[in-house]
Ligand binder design. Structure first.
Ligand code: AMP
Length: 375
């Protein structure tokens, strides 16, 4: 079976690497000629548009998946009319628009923070009464890793932001920082104690499996460290996270790996967003779980039985963002380096290191050792 992956970055690369031992073949599709997935699988280089190159890609593969949530919907539609596409179009549709996504969570009784639509000066100024201050203003589309966001912590900041984005009453957004996006969502600021994510997988028969929720730390809006299982997570919260994940998987008739990010507060859980794909906060599972997220995603897409998602031990994923790690790190027991074959640039995810340990104390000691070897 030949699997076609839309996107040839590190996620597509790790999907292919996980699928080869099962006898599967891969082709990756990406507009960027030196996409790092091209080092491990044939790369079809063309824009994400319906062209002859896409037609050829569709002809040459049996089943399709993707590594990013901004796959154009018409492209997903084109593929799914011809060959199976997992996860399907619905999963993309909701994930591509923050307002639509929030409403979906509400309809499933998954708790969200107060939010309102902002598309002109008046609706931005009104956000003060609908969601309160502080709040975060996010573009409804195309935001990731904290891009396309403004934090508002006072009435004064709100007025300044209104002048920047919508200087003229009744007119569309004048800001071009984020590609001229004119629609935003105002989200009440969540006073969270930590950020959690749950990665889960559903197969073509509807069986669902869950990975241990991870605790995630960000630096400059980019994931820095994930620890799984999240320390001290109560049984009740674990059940809630799995229940929410199951509802979403079923609602979307989902096939493959999905991840959902949550804020944990003293009062409970609040959902942030979901990603219809393998996720950075699930990379620890490559060695930390009996079956890693990439293998399980490919198993689901290929119609194979899912593998066990239980943990081998306590684990962490340390992201290499704009930095390399001295390979001497491999002398730390049960430490695994995953290098993506990219050039190092600031803020660029170039690899990650998975660390496994018998308990949290030993894990922290290994992380300390690793940090000394980051260069
Ligand atoms: P996002 O692009 O939605 O994942 O947001 C990036 C980061 O901004 C999150 O990981 C949080 O740390 C923070 N953030 C996003 N939304 C909120 C919110 N409503 N309240 C507090 N922090 C938030």
């Amino acid at each position: 079976m030949k699997i076609g992956v839309l996107g040839g970055g590190q996620l597509g690369r790790m999907m292919a690497l996980a699928g080869y031992p099962m006898g599967l073949k891969f082709g990756l599709f990406d507009p960027t000629e030196d996409s790092c997935g091209g080092q491990v699988a044939p790369l079809f280089t063309a824009p994400f548009e319906i062209t002859e190159a896409l037609e050829k890609f569709v002809d040459e593969h049996d089943v399709f998946t993707y590594e990013f949530e901004n796959v154009p919907l018409e492209l997903a539609e084109y593929i799914s009319q011809r060959k199976p596409l997992f996860p399907g179009k619905d999963a993309l549709y909701y994930a591509q628009h923050r307002l639509t996504e929030k409403k979906l969570f509400q309809s499933l009784d998954i708790p969200v923070t107060a939010f309102s639509k902002v598309d002109d000066r008046a609706s931005l100024l009104e956000a003060e009464s609908t969601v309160g201050i502080p709040f975060i203003l996010k573009t409804t589309t195309l935001g990731y890793d904290g891009k396309g966001q403004y934090r508002v912590t006072s009435q004064e900041e709100l007025n300044l932001l209104a002048d920047k984005l919508f200087p003229v009453q009744g007119e569309a957004c004048k800001d071009t920082t984020y590609g001229g996006v004119s629609e935003y969502i105002a989200e009440a600021f969540v006073n969270f104690t930590r950020e959690l994510s749950i990665v889960c997988v559903r197969d073509q028969q509807g069986e669902c499996k869950f990975y241990s929720p991870a605790e995630n730390d960000h630096r400059d809006g980019i994931l820095h460290l994930s620890v799984a299982p999240a320390k001290g997570l109560s049984e009740e919260r674990l059940m809630s996270l799995q229940g929410y994940a199951q509802k979403l998987l079923e609602k979307l008739d989902y096939v493959g790996v999905l991840s959902i990010e949550f804020f944990e507060t003293t009062d409970g859980l609040i959902v942030n967003e979901y990603a219809p794909r393998v996720h950075n906060s699930g990379h620890w599972s490559m060695e930390g779980s009996i079956t890693g997220q990439f293998e399980n995603h490919i198993r689901a897409v290929a119609g194979l039985p899912l593998g066990d998602t239980n943990n081998r031990s306590v684990s962490a994923m340390y992201n290499l963002v704009g930095h390399d790690v001295d390979r001497a790190a491999l002398s730390i027991p049960d430490v695994h380096v995953h290098w993506y074959g990219k050039d190092i640039k600031p803020k660029r995810k170039v690899g990650h290191v998975n660390l496994l340990a018998a308990d949290y104390e030993a894990l922290e000691a290994k992380i300390d050792k690793l940090e000394k070897l980051i260069k």
